[in-house]
Design a protein. Structure first.
Length: 66
């Protein structure tokens, strides 16, 4: 709505009227890069430990598998 009317009104004025922060207008989502093989390994190690291992122990287990 704000971007559709940015030619008519200023963005800061519309944000004040709508009680919306300006950072939401300019926010762009980051694209996530998936490493499915690694993620699957981490998830399997975590599940095998009965959801008990943290990042340090998972790292050790990954090194053992390599």
């Amino acid at each position: 709505m704000i971007l559709a009317n940015k030619e008519k009104y200023s963005i800061s004025a519309m944000c004040r009227t709508l009680n919306s922060p300006r950072r939401l207008v300019y926010y762009k989502r980051k694209i996530r890069i998936y490493n499915t093989k690694l993620e699957n390994e981490v998830i399997s190690i975590f599940r095998e430990s009965n959801n008990n291992y943290g990042s340090r122990k998972i790292k050790i287990e990954l090194k053992k598998k390599i």
